[in-house]
Ligand binder design. Structure first.
Ligand SMILES: N[C@@H](CCC(=O)N[C@@H](CS)C(=O)NCC(=O)O)C(=O)O
Length: 226
């Protein structure tokens, strides 16, 4: 049985949704990611022994090892690709190589350009500069980059496509849903600013697997009206 290490509402929500889509039993283990959190956190030595990167998600039960614990797979995209590939009947990653590459095109950009750059500049400016006096400048750049990225996502989804990679629900749609939630959680007017993405997020939210995953993580910001 797989074990997913996650933090509520973190990027681990995307592989969590995919595990729910697959429907086989798995175990969820909480690794909090807030600086003041108790128990096992992404900062704790206990977690860093298992995953030296000090991040979630991580999936236990995948043969092999790059670093960290045996059979532990890190990186949201790697986990989602693995889960989709091992359950091909669900079509969560298209079999067609060009469409698969389109999924990876989305996922790499979301992980690097949006998450590790814009979002991290806003939420974790200490990764970019040591001098705390410079945090506001880094955060301002992050806000600028995030607004640009979110507007781009909305423009892509506004062309009439059904899913992020046209033709079928894929791991990309689950991943996009995480970023949409971060927008809501941080108080952005997602419905007003990004109508196409809001429609897309609503379609993703309607999936029973998605409902189960957000309920298990206790996430209220997807549904709570503001
Ligand atoms: N490249 C990694 C990034 C993972 C990542 O940054 N996860 C965040 C949660 S969304 C985290 O664990 N943050 C805790 C920390 O930075 O201490 C991936 O895509 O899986």
């Amino acid at each position: 049985m797989y074990r997913l290490y996650y933090a509520p509402g973190a990027c681990s929500l995307a592989p969590h949704i995919i595990l729910e889509e697959i429907g086989s039993p798995y175990e969820l283990v909480l690794v909090s990611s807030g600086p003041g959190d108790q128990g096992m956190t992404t900062f704790s030595p206990e977690w860093k022994t298992l995953n030296p990167k000090g991040r979630v998600p991580a999936l236990l039960g995948v043969p092999g090892r790059i670093g960290g614990g045996d059979d532990l797979l890190t990186e949201a995209n790697a986990i989602m690709i693995f889960l989709a590939r091992t359950n091909p009947a669900l079509g969560l990653l298209p079999a067609d190589p060009a469409k698969e590459a389109r999924c990876i095109e989305w996922m790499n950009w979301l992980a690097s350009g949006v998450h590790a750059t814009a979002w991290a500049q806003i939420r974790r400016p200490y990764r970019f500069v040591a001098d705390q006096a410079l945090y506001p400048a880094v955060q301002a750049k992050g806000e600028e980059a995030l607004a640009e990225a979110f507007a781009y996502i909305d423009s892509l989804l506004a062309d009439g496509r059904d899913w992020a990679v046209p033709g079928g629900y894929s791991v990309v749609d689950a991943y996009l849903f995480v970023f949409y939630g971060w927008g809501r959680r941080s108080g952005r007017d997602m419905a007003g600013l990004y109508p196409a993405w809001t429609r897309h997020a609503g379609t993703v939210l309607a999936r029973p697997a998605v409902q189960r995953a957000i309920a298990q993580e206790g996430l209220t910001y997807y549904t709570k009206s503001r």
